[in-house]
Design a protein around this ligand. Sequence first.
Ligand code: SF4
Ligand code: SF4
Length: 95
Amino acid sequence: MPAKDLTSGPAMRGIFATRIADTKTGAWRQERPVVVAERCVGCSVCTRYCPAGVIYKGCPVVIDYEYCKGCGICTTVCPQEAINMVEEETADATN
Ligand code: SF4
Ligand code: SF4
């Protein structure tokens, strides 16, 4: 059954559905996306594709790590190869 046909549960709100649910997913993550500021051109492709809606427009973009799931989609879609996935254990806490 398509999601739009469901009659129970909270209303879906597009790419922001996960964010509105207020489920902090950062603790689940095994890898985090790290933006290479010098490569980012601010095209916002990653912002549009992030399923959690946690990449904020800018140059460079800013990722909200409290809600990022670490899915890696942003890395895949970035035309500038400006986002790298880094193991959480080795990631700089300030990233
Ligand atoms: S897709 Fe890449 S270049 Fe474009 S805004 Fe995102 S990180 Fe920057
Ligand atoms: S790893 Fe996934 S959830 Fe995190 S910023 Fe990238 S696309 Fe969004």
